[in-house]
Design a protein around this ligand. Structure first.
Ligand SMILES: CC(C)(COP(=O)(O)OP(=O)(O)OC[C@H]1O[C@@H](n2cnc3c(N)ncnc32)[C@H](O)[C@@H]1OP(=O)(O)O)[C@@H](O)C(=O)NCCC(=O)NCCS
Length: 256
C-alpha cells in the first residue's frame, strides 16, 4: 500500500499533530477514527493508540467508541451484548484498543465506550443503567463535564456520537425509540443481566456535517493535519451547550 501518493506516518507525527491541537498531559478525550485516512501508519492502529496515550500521559484518559448497536435492535429483537466478545463496528483503532489488557469497556448494549486511563471507571461505570444511550449520566456527557474533548481522526461530524447527547438533552422528537427494549448484557464475569432501556432510533437521516463550520467559527474546534487526515478536536461541553440551544430552538436542525 506504500506508494508516493500515500504519506508515511510515524508515532511522532501523530503525537505532534495532537500537541498542535492543544492536547496535553492529563486531558480526557473520546476518539472517533479512520486509520486509512492518515496514510500508511507504521505499526498500524497500535501506533495511533500509543501516540494518544503518550500525549495525555499517565494522568490522562483516552476513550474510544465501541458501538455494537444496529438498526434492527428494538423490543422485537433485543440486543445481546457480551462486553468481552461483542465486536464493535467503529473501526480498527477501537477494536485494537479493546484488545489492550488495560482497556475497560462500559456495559451499554448498543453504545459502549472503552477507556484507558485513571478516569475510565468514573466515566464508564453504570452506563448500562442509563435509560438512554447518550444522556446526562452516560460517558459521553460525563466526559464533557470533566472538561474533555471529542477527537475526530480523518472523519467528519457524522461520526461524532456526542451529537446524540445534544439531541437527547434537547429532547428532539426523532432520536429515541418509542418503546423500551429488554436488552441482554453479559458482564466481565460472564453474568447475564437484563436492562429495560430506550434505544436509538435509526429512522431519521441526519446531516451532522452542518455543525462543522459553526464549531470552527465559534472557536469550539481546532483542526490539524497529520499525513492525509484532518484531525478535529472539539471541546465537548462547549459543543453541547451551543448545540442544545440550537436544537431547542429548531429541533430538526440536524435532520436532512
Ligand atoms: C468506518 C470507518 C471505521 C472506516 O475507516 P477505515 O479507515 O476505512 O477503516 P479502519 O479505521 O477500520 O482501518 C482499517 C483500514 O485501514 C487500512 N490500513 C491497514 N493497515 C494500515 C496502516 N498500517 N496504516 C494505514 N491504514 C491501514 C486498511 O484499508 C484497513 O482496511 P481493511 O482491513 O479492510 O484493509 C470510518 O470511516 C469511520 O466511520 N470511523 C468512525 C466510526 C465511529 O466512531 N462512529 C460513531 C458513529 S455515531
Amino acid at each position: 500500500m506504500r506508494t508516493s501518493q500515500i504519506p508515511s506516518v510515524a508515532k511522532t507525527d501523530i503525537a505532534l499533530g495532537l500537541r498542535q491541537l492543544g492536547l496535553n498531559e492529563g486531558d480526557g478525550l473520546l476518539v472517533h477514527s479512520s486509520l486509512s485516512s492518515l496514510g500508511y501508519v507504521h505499526g498500524g492502529a497500535d501506533t495511533v493508540i500509543d501516540a494518544l496515550l503518550e500525549v495525555v500521559g499517565k494522568t490522562g484518559t483516552v476513550l474510544v467508541p465501541t458501538l455494537t448497536g444496529t438498526e434492527h435492535d428494538g423490543p422485537e429483537q433485543p440486543p445481546i451484548f457480551d462486553v468481552r466478545h461483542s465486536p464493535c463496528w467503529t473501526g480498527r483503532i477501537p477494536s485494537t484498543f479493546l484488545q489492550r489488557q488495560e482497556a475497560r469497556r462500559s456495559l451499554h448494549p448498543t453504545h459502549s465506550i472503552a477507556g484507558i486511563g485513571p478516569m475510565t471507571a468514573a466515566l464508564t461505570e453504570g452506563h448500562e443503567d442509563c435509560i438512554t444511550p447518550c444522556g446526562p449520566d452516560s460517558p459521553y456527557y460525563r466526559l464533557a463535564e470533566l472538561g474533555g474533548y471529542v477527537l475526530l481522526i480523518g472523519i467528519g461530524q457524522d461520526s461524532n456520537t456526542t451529537v446524540h447527547t445534544c439531541e437527547e438533552l434537547a429532547e428532539v422528537p426523532y432520536h429515541l425509540q418509542s418503546q423500551p427494549t429488554d436488552a441482554v448484557i453479559i458482564d466481565y464475569e460472564g453474568r447475564r443481566h437484563i436492562r429495560r432501556l430506550t434505544l436509538h432510533d435509526w429512522g431519521t437521516p441526519r446531516q451532522f456535517v452542518r455543525i462543522d463550520d459553526e464549531l470552527l467559527r465559534r472557536g469550539l474546534m481546532r483542526v490539524a493535519r497529520v499525513g492525509n487526515a484532518n484531525l478535529r478536536l472539539i471541546r465537548s461541553m462547549a459543543m453541547i451547550e451551543w448545540l442544545v440551544g440550537v436544537l431547542r430552538e429548531e429541533p430538526r436542525y440536524l435532520c436532512k
